[in-house]
Design a binder for this molecule. Sequence first.
Ligand code: UDX
Length: 437
Amino acid sequence: MKITVIGTGYVGLVSGVCFSEFGFDVVCVDNNVAKITALQRGDIPLYEPGLDKLLLKNIQAERLSFSTDAKESVRDADIVFIAVGTPSKSDGSADLSCVYQAVDELAASVNKDAVLVIKSTVPVGTTRAVKNFLLNRGVKLDVVFNPEFLKEGAAVEDFMHPDRVILGVESERAREILSHVYRPLYVFNIPIVFTSLETAELSKYASNAFLAMKITFINEIANLCECCGADVNEVALAMGLDKRIGDQFLQAGPGYGGSCFPKDTSALEDFAHKLGAAMPLVNETIRSNGDRRQRMVEKILQACDHDVKGKNISVLGVTFKADTDDMRDSPSIDIIEELIKRGARIKIYDPSFSKQAEKIFSDVVWSKNAYDNCSDADAVVIITDWSEFRALNLKELRHRVRNPLLIDLRSMYPVSEVKASGFAYCSVGRGFEKLES
Ligand code: UDX
């Protein structure tokens, strides 16, 4: 069976590589010539642990290839996945221009027996609209919606061991063909949910919006903890032991970022509103998460006696989460820009050495490791939850800094451990711990 994947972003590239690992012949297509040339060399233009090994293995096995020619690449494909971006427009709605550009391109030459699978996150009704768009062009295809649930930094693992596969299908033939494609997952007893196109489309938005809401909820509980002396990490533990709640996505922090939660919550709120189904919870999630960045700035200012002018602030981690180089909608952008506006001198260390970050932050100093980054610091601020920040040698840091103040926006340390190392400790959801006199 031959699979063509259109779009080589996080979703398209991971999906194409993993389908080739399943043993299928896969062509990944993109209109970005430089990206395709790099991929043909085996160079990956994104930071995704484990993807490079799989990519090289399947290129060498001649199961995986890359092309900029969509028309040619769909001619003899049995299945065509569309995994192009659907970014937010200024009004919050999903921009579907790349989806329709891909459909328009393939319509002329697609194998008439192919199944077209949309994997991009699209508003409810889009898959059916694409099917009709093709019919109006005289092309009758089985069209399927198959959402992805890939977390950046864990995308290969999430693809190979998903909690479920969701397939919106409208024919027995499409059901059989897609069952065959995902059969390698049967060994892990992964449930496959067959449903309607609309249900599959909404399941994706509902899942992401719920996760965004869950994070925002624990962040609001963290705010309350700072007023009443409770510990948000312990509250999260106590909550998460309830199977109905679950212990995932209850880590308080600076708020969610990334390319999905912000985009998908806005798109859901937009198309729900247009359909007359108000979603105040999603609305409030968007607002509350947006406000959280300013709250983090105020936390830092309070810890720095309300004045950062001329102070050296060592920032550890700027990507929107650990194990990625992605800066899209990262809380660090708003936080650092505001600190610079107030006169702080910023040094940054991020383990991904993100090129995106270097383009965003111009007037900062970059370091090669956490310890150098903390030299002469008046405050150390942890923004991203990279594993290497969970066990810093605080005694070593104490000798490096000019002022022993650790502001941990991911609450990664026990309060007592930080105080014992001579630091004043400020975290999320656990109140401000003054250095004992
Ligand atoms: C998300 C969804 O998890 C994934 O299923 C979907 O396919 C794409 O969007 P991603 O955005 O890559 O994945 O990362 P995720 O791990 O979900 O984190 C999103 C944001 O939430 C990050 O900013 C992260 O720091 C934050 N987060 C996550 C928390 O603040 N607390 C948590 O407990 C978990």
